[in-house]
Design a protein around this ligand. Structure first.
Ligand code: NAI
Length: 214
């Protein structure tokens, strides 16, 4: 059972722990400790123990964490022990790039449809998986038919709110928004992705700025 009030930064760190645990397993290790994870991720061991304690007791005192058990537990908590079907709205640069990204599929996130308002794109197929591009007019029907739970917004910023509202109307469970605009939504999980924010944070740090941790 996942507690409801998990601070947003915790969920981001859990994804980092999962990646790190996979790396350690691939290097042949069986166990790890909050100290080792902390050193690899530049986080305090106490932070890692606190984050993991939200979801139960993953380790035995003094014995560290069994990596396979920790991996399974993180996958359950992160919801990647099941497959998620994804629909991308906007079959442009970002939409196409995401559709062709095999890393998503490996983690259980399967792009099953794209939607676009440009009639010349509708009816085409994207990438080696031949993912169909549908008209935006059919979006609710396709979301139901293809069991799409996650919607990705990859349209220009001035269209993003309308697209988000449409996805909510179609009863999508969660949205990943690539458009550089704040979306106003009730009752649906939302994650913003903004590469330019990462660049700004980086140039801030290169210039000697500090914001006290990850
Ligand atoms: P693009 O112009 O290549 O593609 C946009 C697509 O959306 C086009 O196929 C267009 O026909 C379609 N579209 C426009 N309005 C629509 C609507 N109302 N419904 C359905 N489809 C619609 O744009 P690109 O380069 O793929 O960028 C997409 C978005 O991602 C933009 O908002 C851009 O600013 C943003 N972006 C975000 C980044 C990030 O780090 N989050 C990085 C790069 C771009």
């Amino acid at each position: 059972m996942i507690p409801k009030k998990i601070p947003a930064p915790v969920s981001k760190r859990l994804a980092l722990y999962h990646r790190c645990v996979n790396t350690l397993l691939n290097s042949g290790k069986d166990t790890t400790s909050s100290k080792e994870l902390g050193e690899r991720l530049s986080l305090k061991a106490t932070q890692i123990r606190k984050d993991l304690s939200y979801f139960g007791d993953f380790g035995k005192r003094g014995m560290g964490y069994d990596l396979n058990y920790l991996k399974e537990s993180l996958e359950r908590v992160l919801g990647i022990n099941k497959h998620w079907n994804i629909g991308i709205v906007g079959a442009g640069n970002i939409g196409m790039a995401l559709s062709n990204y095999q890393g998503l599929t490996r983690e259980g996130y399967k792009v099953v449809a794209l939607f676009d308002r440009n009639p010349s794109k509708v009816g085409n197929f994207v990438g080696t998986q031949k993912i169909p591009i549908y008209s935006l007019d059919d979006i609710c029907e396709k979301i139901r038919e293809l069991s799409i739970e996650i919607g990705v917004i990859a349209v220009p910023a001035n269209h993003a709110q309308a697209v988000a509202d449409k996805l909510v109307e179609c009863e999508i469970k969660g949205i990943v928004n690539f458009a550089p605009v704040k979306l106003y939504l009730d009752s649906v999980a939302l994650e913003d992705v903004d590469i330019s924010t990462s660049f700004k944070a980086l140039t801030f740090r290169i210039q000697g700025g500090s914001c006290g941790g990850t």
